[in-house]
Design a protein. Structure first.
Length: 117
């Protein structure tokens, strides 16, 4: 069974940066495109970014384009979310999973990002 462990969240001031990590085990990481999603309590989980299995193709939701990047390291079975110019609107729990979503996606415990104004 796949395991996803997100880390790297924290509290940061507006304009700051964070790098999130998602370590994947239990399947051949390089066979899967990966995505990051985020969720605010009471709202649906929303797409943030995705990267193809080889790392060539990436996509981003409009609100993070130019500020976030989603690199991956297939040798380390890890996908990252590099976040710059953070604003309070980026405050959320961040989750990774394989992409596109399946009918029953696997989720980790998430990592909380809080951006103070």
């Amino acid at each position: 069974q796949v395991q996803l462990v997100e880390s790297g969240g924290g509290v940061v001031q507006t304009g700051g940066s964070l790098r999130l990590s998602c370590a994947v085990s239990g399947r051949t990481f390089s066979n899967y495109a990966m995505g990051w999603f985020r969720q605010i309590p009471g709202k649906e989980r929303e797409f943030v970014a995705a990267i193809s299995k080889g790392g060539v193709t990436t996509s981003y939701t409009d609100t993070v384009k130019g500020r976030f990047t989603i690199p991956r390291d297939n040798a380390k079975n890890t996908v990252y979310l590099q976040m710059h110019s953070l604003t309070p609107a980026d405050t959320a729990g961040y989750y990774c999973t394989t992409y596109p979503l399946t009918a029953t996606p696997d989720w980790g415990q998430g990592t909380q990002v809080t951006v103070s104004s």
